[in-house]
Design a protein around this ligand. Structure first.
Ligand code: SF4
Length: 445
């Protein structure tokens, strides 16, 4: 349901020159000492759970998620039995660790009956220890059939709803191939807000040819609702999608990186003026409590179990961190689950270097940034240079990107990792001392 990220990069000569300067400065540095031996301990305490539901009413033309248009009716009973079986198996691996958040994503999990969602939540409670304030989010679409189930979803145990609004404009919704219209989006939001204390909804911006006044209108309409949380994604063209096929034939053009940056700034400015903080590149919250606890676990590089077709997970067991990936095709996954086939989940141990790189890329997305001591001396020099030109700032012992830096996230992350590479053998990623980065990376974001 959620899709699309930020096509923001360095795109003009003066910015490129600034980077060239930084890189050559980094190149002149010499290596020494033990200060490089600070590290990323990546020892997460919190545990989260992601449940993937792979079906949608139809496939949106921009979507590259593991989501499949329903051709027949939902195999709800089989799915339920398989999910419960997977939950039990995964719970055995993590013993008594406490679940802090659960996320039903997809696909369109609101196509599941509230009764089925309730059975899954009961199963989670049976197999895992749940934190008292466990955040339980479910992604929902605004169609009328799904809206009718909102109250029962709450009764089933869901305490946060994430709604795929995407736009308040019918023409945009048609372009995005959505099954709902703008009126349905509004009704769904109003209804959800009467039922749930915690609501988030998604918007997709940077559509081809979208003008500033159209964008402002979209944000103004979004602000009419008192939702505590909002995600604003920029449309990107992903391989193996209908939009990709159109783009390769020259039938579709998304905004240039420069225009994408303008759009990002405009959205940020409008939302900030109305009390939203941009705590992650695409995520805005009215308060710290309103931030998506589940997604913070991804970005802070915490542990999460992933179950369901194509679900990713990351779990630390006996000091080793593994990524997991369940069988992608829904029919195959259902068949494997029912036959208790252990091939249903592939597992790979992450090297210290991989963990470090992923945690840097994830952590830089967050306004809270990363602890400076995870970086070696080269990277810290680079951080000082970037501070001088306004791309990042230090807040106590952390480094975080300014809005100018966020516009260049990918390049900055790459530059920092290059700087760390310079003394890879001395980079301290063996797990000794970095203070807990508590939390972060994702299944579908
Ligand atoms: S509803 Fe969401 S998950 Fe389903 S096809 Fe559309 S964008 Fe993808």
């Amino acid at each position: 349901m959620r899709q699309v990220l930020h096509a923001i990069g360095i795109n003009n000569p003066s910015e490129k020159a600034a980077y060239k300067e930084i890189r050559s400065a980094a190149g002149r540095l010499t290596v020494s000492s033990e200060e490089e031996s600070k590290t990323n301990s990546l020892a997460p305490e919190d545990l989260s759970l992601y449940i993937h539901f792979p079906y949608c009413e139809r496939k949106c033309p921009y979507c590259d998620f593991n989501s499949h248009a329903l051709r027949t009716k939902i195999p709800e009973q089989e799915y339920l039995a398989a999910i419960l079986w997977r939950l039990q198996r995964q719970a055995e691996r993590v013993e008594n660790r406490v679940l802090r958040s659960v996320f039903f994503g997809g696909g369109t999990p609101s196509l599941l009956s509230p009764r089925a969602v309730g059975i899954i939540i009961d199963g989670i409670g049976k197999y895992f220890s749940l934190a008292e304030d466990c955040e339980i989010t479910l992604e929902a679409n605004p169609s009328s059939a799904e809206r009718r189930g909102f109250r029962d979803l709450k009764t089933s145990g869901v305490n946060r709803l994430s709604i795929g609004v995407q736009s308040f404009d019918d023409a945009n919704l048609r372009f995005l191939g959505r099954v709902h219209n703008a009126t349905q989006a509004r009704v769904a939001l109003e209804q959800a807000m009467r039922i749930f204390a915690r609501i988030s909804f998604d918007l997709i911006v940077a559509l081809p040819g979208q003008k500033n006044d159209e964008l402002c209108e979209e944000i103004t309409r979004a602000l009419e609702y008192e939702s505590e949380h909002l995600c604003v994604y920029q449309l990107t063209i992903e391989k193996a999608t209908e939009f990709y096929r159109q783009a390769t034939r020259g039938l579709l053009q998304i905004p240039t990186p420069r225009r994408a940056a303008e759009i990002y700034l405009l959205v940020e400015q409008q939302l900030r003026a109305k009390g939203f903080a941009n705590y992650e590149i695409s995520s805005y919250a009215r308060s710290q409590e309103a931030q998506a606890r589940h997604n913070l676990v991804y970005w802070r590089y915490g542990d999460f179990i992933g179950v369901g077709p194509g679900a990713h997970g990351r779990i630390t067991l006996a000091g080793k961190t593994f990524t997991t990936l369940e069988t992608r095709k829904p029919e195959r996954w259902l068949a494997q689950a029912q036959s208790e086939d252990e091939q249903i989940q592939k597992q790979k141990e992450l090297s210290a270097q991989e963990k470090f790189e992923e945690s840097v890329m994830m952590g830089l997305r967050l306004a809270e940034g990363l602890p400076i001591q995870i970086f070696n001396r080269h990277a810290r020099e680079l951080i000082d240079d970037m501070r001088a030109i306004g791309y990042c700032e230090k807040k106590s012992s952390r480094v975080c990107l300014t809005i100018e830096g966020r516009l260049r996230l990918d390049t900055i992350a790459a530059e920092l990792l290059v700087a760390c590479e310079k003394t890879r053998e001395k980079i301290p990623i063996k797990g000794e001392s970095m203070q807990s980065m508590q939390g972060a990376k994702t299944n579908k974001v």
